[in-house]
Design a protein around this ligand. Structure first.
Ligand code: ACM
Ligand code: ZN
Length: 553
């Protein structure tokens, strides 16, 4: 007995020593050639700065945002290297030698820009705003080697950087399949690593309503659940398994806060007047025929949409948006507007009465029903504007005569975006090829998880240019940025989401941050493996074949 007692702790001690010993002398070196590549990396003469567990992270006393930035940096360094750095509130005048200092400098010219300075004496991450500092921290993080060590040598450098676009988005459809709070938070973590700042969150659709609305509890009690899900691409077989879920308002607030801590604004999408079966199943009076309706267990576009002939529908929409605005503080609300067939409106006496009462008449190629969608959208747009908000809508809105305060999301191709910008709309570019990440990553997709179809290789994503070559210079500012969309008809779990977005998000990040003349695909491919080391560290799934076959058509 007694020997056993002694032997076990001894063995443990030996094991611990065996693990700890090689660490003791481990040193590795930072490399600032990361993804996305910073605007400038100017090497400076001098010896390396030695980052060890004795370094502190300084931030200005009393600045909560900078304190959070310091905590994030400390966590990142520990994740990557195992080195623990304490954080310390300081006065600017305090001696910063030997440490990392986070600082603000209002003289920088881009709100999200930053400067990362490494000298033999220390490291300084400076931003015009705390968001800029956060991006500088991401760069420092990505420059570190992955692997436990006791010292990282940082070559002296001045890195200066700022993003090309103000809107750097990712979209996530949580209606077709529902993903819990932790998955959404990890999605936000992945976005933060890639320097992205807008999550377009698709929360309602024919297959499920996912946001709790207190005034209309049936939206989630009934509209959040379907009886079963079709197998594959609308086969004749349905799995018959009840499926659903939704986010409580408390969960949404938690996610919005988590995003804001990472300088990501969440733009909720409440898709209307189409893609509304979730709501119609819950409140059939919102439809033209009165139902009954069922939450859909298949994919596609249904003819059953909101009846906009009824005032009660407009009241419903405004009530829902009141609660949505409470939950999401950002300026934009996405109101969808895509894929709204008008066959019910053609038959509905109330919708026809609305057309007649509002004096709506067909004009050229625009039917009266198309312009009825424009009338409805305008009501919503004005209501949101009264509350200081703006709408984003899919590019179908260009055919509905909405005014130019609506921002257009160009998805059916790149052309509607250019057209919208010429008309004076702000535009976000998300053309389905190559910006739909639910599409395949190769044309040889036999071994791939089932996806929507299409193909967007890593190289195709990299090469995408959001600003059309023939867009006149004075209209270019309307292109706010680019976004990739992740529709989840065929994506059922988190590893599959990650597989679809990684490493394509790396290519997207590079086009969101770099000026077109600075892009270089071959060079990007040499920098990508180090980013992938971080994916591996966090256990994120990614498509490894894209690293060796980035353009397999
Ligand atoms: C869309 O893909 N229906 C916007
Ligand atoms: Zn109607």
């Amino acid at each position: 007995m007694q020997t056993k007692h002694l032997l076990f702790p001894l063995l443990l001690l030996l094991c611990a020593l065996a693990v700890a010993m090689p660490m003791a002398s481990q040193t590795s070196r930072a490399d600032y050639r990361i993804v996305p590549l910073p605007d400038r990396i100017d090497g400076v003469k001098g010896s390396d700065f030695r980052l060890t567990g004795n370094c502190l992270i300084n931030y200005s006393t009393g600045n909560r945002e900078m304190e959070r930035n310091a905590q994030m940096l400390s966590q990142y360094v520990e994740d990557l290297t195992g080195i623990h750095l304490s954080i310390r509130p300081t006065l600017a005048s305090k001696d910063q030698a030997g440490n990392i200092t986070l600082a603000l400098d209002p003289s920088l010219n881009n709100d999200e820009g930053y400067r990362l300075t490494v000298t033999p004496r220390g490291v300084e991450v400076t931003g015009k705003t705390a968001a800029g500092v956060f991006y500088g921290i991401q760069t420092l993080r990505k420059s570190l080697p992955v692997g436990t060590c006791t010292t990282v040598n940082l070559p002296p450098v001045q890195v200066t950087d700022s993003p090309r676009f103000v809107y750097r988005g990712m979209h996530l459809d949580c209606s077709r399949h529902f993903f819990g709070v932790e998955t959404v938070k990890r999605y936000l973590d992945i976005m933060a690593l890639h320097g992205m700042n807008r999550l377009h969150w698709h929360l309602t659709d024919d297959q499920g309503w996912r946001v709790e609305i207190k005034k209309y509890p049936r939206l989630t009690e009934v509209g959040g659940w379907r009886d079963g899900t079709v197998l594959g691409h609308n086969s004749a077989v349905n799995d018959g398994i009840r499926y659903g879920g939704y986010y409580t308002q408390e969960e949404i607030k938690d996610i919005v806060r988590y995003a804001a801590d990472r300088y990501i604004t969440i733009i909720p999408e409440i898709d209307m007047p189409g893609h509304m079966l979730g709501a119609l199943a819950a409140y059939p009076y919102l439809g033209c025929t009165g139902g009954p309706y069922k939450v859909w267990g298949q994919w596609g576009v249904t003819d059953d949409i909101l009846c906009v002939g009824k005032d009660i529908t407009l009241d419903f929409v405004k009530d829902v948006l009141d609660e949505v605005m409470q939950l999401f503080p950002g300026e934009y609300i996405h109101i969808g507007g895509d894929e709204s067939p008008r066959v019910r409106w053609q038959q509905c006496p109330l919708c026809q009465e609305r057309i007649s009462n509002e004096g709506i008449r067909a004009q050229g190629k625009q039917s009266a029903e198309a312009l009825l969608q424009g009338w409805f959208t305008t009501q919503v747009q004005h209501y949101l504007a009264e509350h200081g908000r703006r709408i984003i809508g899919w590019d179908e809105l260009l055919g509905c005569d909405v005014d130019t305060t609506a921002t257009i999301m160009s998805w059916t191709g790149a052309e509607p975006g250019a057209k919208g910008a010429k008309l004076g709309h702000d535009v976000i570019m998300t053309p389905n090829t190559p910006m739909y990440f639910d599409h395949y990553q190769t044309k040889n997709y036999w071994n791939e998880p089932t996806a929507f179809g299409g193909c967007a290789t890593l190289k195709m994503v990299y090469d995408f240019e959001p600003v059309a070559a023939d867009l006149p210079a004075e209209m270019r500012h309307h292109i706010l940025g680019a976004q990739a969309n992740v529709w989840t008809e065929y994506i059922t779990c988190e590893p599959q989401i990650q597989y679809q977005i990684l490493p394509r998000m790396a290519a997207l990040a590079e086009l969101q941050w770099l000026q077109p003349e600075d892009k270089d695909f071959q060079d990007f491919m040499t920098r990508l493996p180090r980013l992938v080391e971080i994916y591996k560290l966090y256990g994120w799934t990614y498509r490894a074949r894209s690293l060796t076959h980035p353009d397999e058509q």
